[in-house]
Design a protein around this ligand. Sequence first.
Ligand code: NAD
Length: 480
Amino acid sequence: MIAQPKASHFVNGDWMEDTDGAVIEVIYPATGAVIATLHEATPAVIDAALAGAKAAQGAWAAKKPVERGRILRRAADLIRERGDALARLETLDTGKPLQETLVADWPSGADALEYFGGLAPTVTGETIPLGGDFAYTLREALGVCVGIGAWNYPSQIACWKSAPALAMGNAMVFKPSEVTPLGALELAAIFIEAGLPAGLFNVVQGRGAVGASLVTDARVDKVSLTGSVPTGRKVYAAAAEGIRNVTMELGGKSPLIIFNDADLDSAVGAAMMANFYSAGQVCSNGTRVFVQKGIKAAFLAQLKLRAEKIVLGDPMDMATQMGPLVSAVQVDKVMSYVNGAVTQGAQLVTGGGRDGMFVQPTVFSDVTDDMVLACEEVFGPVMAVLDFVDEDEVVTRANDTDFGLAAGVFTADLARAHRVIGALQAGTCWINTYNLTPVEMPFGGSKLSGVGRENGKAALEYYSQIKSVYVGMGPVDAPY
Ligand code: NAD
């Protein structure tokens, strides 16, 4: 299978190649086959992308918001028309099963383009009465935004960042993860087809150094990163040098708390969705599943039965429910956590094995707070089940982490559900469900998990700035 794009980059409205850049081989994780060979962006490519973005942004910001929105909504329609082909490309890029990429990845990206396209014309300022004088505010674009993506939802991330950025009149230079570089190029071509003027959405390929050179360029006004906490620290610090705006969507170790009175079938289903979807490679996963002692045995029994029925295999087969992990590096990392958990005394309920690039859906019970498995982000299909006795105890333990991306609670007691969510330190929470991220709902983390929000009306604030205008209506009263 080959998925070679026309060129490595998409700059200023067209494909661009520079074979002087170091080679990036794109590997289909399910077979190990090289499906495309790209080159990292050279300084010349990076400069062309930033220059193109800078040149195009002013006229774009000056357009009526309704015109900008129309183009974004047309791009959403094109994505939906080509849903099947785009999902197959996403599966090749990531190894995720087609039954997921058909419904989750690009469709969620299309939702973002449709939503922010519709929202753009609704953004208004305020008027502030000041006696005879008054003031008003305008919400203006920031300018040139850099987007840097992770490999787990590559096309969704490209859409989630570009949709609010473009809606507010910004231009974007996007660098996908070097592990999954293909989807963003398709998005760039779709934008042009939808009528987006050249230069407003550029894609440049490369590893961390390419991202780093984008972040510190004087032409850049904002940086939005989706990635790990260590990368977030570096990018945030580099952006600070130029006092640039940032959005940081980083990692997590989120708690999912299941009380004795929870609906057992739903709680087990949610815990599985919170750990096994996309083979566990989801930032907001509920990887610390706290189960109240009264239902522990029933929970684990049903979980084991259902986890062992998960169908692993060829991602292109619609019957396949779990594909390989994205890379050999990731498999090794996940297996070291599995082996470490066994050594530290966690009980293996099911799974624990690997077959090439595939890792079995794995559940550990009797995990304690100090085990590495309960503290570090694994990013694989590995669920840690911890016991708890009462509400105060579980809230304290759930918050005892530097991360704060997401949290969930399952209980039939509504007052308790809201009380517990109120006490949890996390940016994105669910009650009696898990991991649903509709575009209408702001998404993001607190503590080390991030700064800023994607999606929802909140995202617009992170891609715009307020200009305040004081209007003097009478003579100036000067003391001089
Ligand atoms: P990563 O941090 O290794 O890389 C993320 C991106 O940053 C890549 O494009 C990489 O090339 C780039 N990069 C690396 N060093 C850089 C530097 N110094 N300057 C600029 N760019 C640099 O993350 P990953 O392994 O690709 O993705 C997995 C991580 O992403 C996990 O921690 C996961 O939790 C997180 N994630 C978070 C969210 C969220 O919305 N909160 C969503 C998806 C993934």
